[in-house]
Design a binder for this molecule. Structure first.
Ligand SMILES: [Fe+2]
Length: 215
């Protein structure tokens, strides 16, 4: 029988640290494919950990939430950069391709053997509480709290960032989106935590105007 000694605990901490480094480096390698997506993943990961802490999730969940944030858009690696950063209107086919990043991400992550459903975060972070999202149109209790947190962080970071095809949204527009979608598109408890973070000034919106190629 294995007893949970301090030595075992140290080994676990070390393995987690290696693992977080590995996930951060995968995210950095991703910059060669899509700078925005790579930086977006790191910001979503940090923001998700902040929201999770506010919601008093335990350390284990916070760790995997961070890993899930770092890898949630990894499926975009399979989509041509010319489509991801297209400035003009996307065709229906291009939209379908972009939306496929959720399943592509799931396929990349599902065989790694995570002890936590990181693959589920990649697969379902574009679902909505009312079932209006994709790829499966599931909602309510079928969405884990981790998925719901990544979803809200994804929206906040995406709206707050300047993109080639549109400027960054203002803080007021982001707050309005969250309030409008509270309990319908987005998990109400997650929105409440996020609103508290934004309205209290804990979250720094200054990066919104940064040039991503220099960050
Ligand atoms: Fe995504």
């Amino acid at each position: 029988m294995i007893t949970y000694t301090s030595e075992l605990k140290n080994t676990e901490v070390q393995i987690r640290s290696y693992f977080a480094n590995l996930a951060e480096n995968i995210s950095r390698i991703f910059e060669a494919v899509d700078v925005y997506a790579a930086i977006h993943q790191r910001r979503v990961a940090a923001l998700a950990r902040h929201v999770g802490t506010k919601m008093r999730l335990d350390e284990d969940k916070l760790f995997w939430l961070y890993i899930g944030g770092l890898l949630h858009d990894i499926g975009k690696i399979s989509i041509p950069e010319s489509i991801l950063n297209k400035t003009g209107k996307l065709t229906e086919e291009e939209w379908l391709l972009i939306r496929s990043h959720t399943k592509q991400g799931y396929n990349i992550l599902k065989d790694i053997g995570f002890t936590y459903p990181v693959d589920d975060i990649a697969l379902h972070h574009h679902e909505r509480v009312d079932g209006s999202g994709y790829p499966d149109g599931i909602g309510g209790d079928m969405l884990s709290i981790e998925v719901c947190i990544i979803t809200v962080c994804d929206i906040v970071d995406a709206m707050g960032t300047h993109r080639p095809y549109r400027p960054a949204r203002s803080k007021e527009e982001i707050l309005q989106e969250l309030k409008n979608g509270r309990g319908t598109k987005y998990n109400a408890s997650v929105v409440d935590a996020m609103l508290e973070i934004i309205e209290s000034g804990e979250f720094d919106f200054r990066y919104c105007s940064q040039n991503l190629s220099t960050t």
